[in-house]
Design a protein around this ligand. Sequence first.
Ligand code: HEC
Length: 467
Amino acid sequence: MKIIYLLLIQIFLFIPISAYSQQVQKSGEELFLEKRCVRCHTIGRGIFVGPDLNNLKNKYSTEEIIKWAINPQLIYQKKGKVPVNQGFPPMPPMNLSQSEAEKVSNYLLNFDLKDGLSEKGTIKGTIVNETTSQNASDVEIVLRSYLGDVEQGESFKKVDANGNFTFSGLDWNRSYELTVLYQQAQYTSSKMVFAPNQDIISLELPVFNSTESEKNISINNLHVIIYPASDEKSVSITNIYELLNSSNTIFVGSKIEGDNSQRKTLAFKVPEDAKNVNFLNGINPENVIKNGDKYFDTTAVNPGFRNVVLSYELPLQSLSTSLKIESAYNINSLIVLKKKDGVEAQVEGMGNSQEVVIENDTFDKYERSGLSKDESVLILFDGVFVFREFKKYIPIVLFGIFILAGIFYSRFNSKSEPKDCVYSREGLIKEIARIDDLFELDGIKESEYKIKREELKNKIIELNIKK
Ligand code: HEC
């Protein structure tokens, strides 16, 4: 999928170079945490989603553990059964490299459960209001536990006067998620698990003062990529937004009438007749609601940048299909990339284009800085598909034109009265215009066009002389 590459390139354009971390040698323990083994396995603390990985040396050879870490199918094929351990689901392939799998296997075989560990785990932390730099008191916090994706229970706590909270007595073989509702915005931590030999997870949960005003929301960059859709009767549009909340407050949007639980936050304008509208990145499609010609996210917008990718298809119904690029927020920099082959369109209000090649595809690139939310850029499609369909009828149309031309010539030849000549002259000019159009639409060969045009021109000159 070329377009996916394209998106990746575009998305990477937005990521600062510093985000690429250097390749560092990881230890077996680090890999066990990072490669998500820890999300399904404890070592010596009971079964979790998968079996307890303690004392593996009594059960498997080093080679076999390596195979588990790379792809359990290698074990399943050899043993001829799935799963190996009764009562468990099959383990998904984790695709570790050989050397990573060796390190993890080494770690597992030499693992020592520390002495003096607690019976149960503790998650504790502080809620910090990043807008005021003060700890947030008087806040309720919810802890949910999960086995895989299935919720196992929840408990509630109020943070103390210093913004601190502690949940203790937690089972090792669960994952945990914290949720806080603070000034109309909901904050949810990522899922946490206890690492082998870990008793306490401590963390700081940042929250912000909230605002209903969208004045700090803008689009730092918008890239609009236009290319032919697979059905040839539409164009595909992909918008890549780099959104910015430039304040130190969270944007919680406004209430939706008649709905107490949801709020409208980020707004995205999409043409009414757009099809297959999809949020591919940056916004959870489950949280999106449609309201008129806008799509709204319903989750709060944290300070800082966010990349959102939105794609849709625009049916090319007539020669006059157009796309208005506009936004609910001011745009700092706008780039339109239009695939050269397959999409005939004029981009208005963006100046001249420049040719760029991305992944073997050539695009016309239009650039402009600054597009306020009251302004728009118009893209007029020259009916790509309409003409493709039209091509089928070219022979008939040409035939029709020749017959008409035939009638026209005979009339012209038989009558030479000046009055008729004036009429004929107009007809000739119209005919020139018509073959010009035809030529532009590729409906006539260049050589043929030139000859015909020359003929018509000569007739006009002849007429003028006769006059
Ligand atoms: C999504 C959950 C999940 C993840 C992630 C996962 N495993 Fe597993 N693992 C399982 C399940 C379930 C089984 C039991 C499958 C079976 O018996 O066929 C299992 C079985 C195993 C076994 C065999 C245990 C035994 O007693 O027979 C090993 C070894 C193992 N996993 C290692 C790993 C390693 C190493 C990783 C990380 C690279 C990992 N697993 C990541 C779910 C997971």
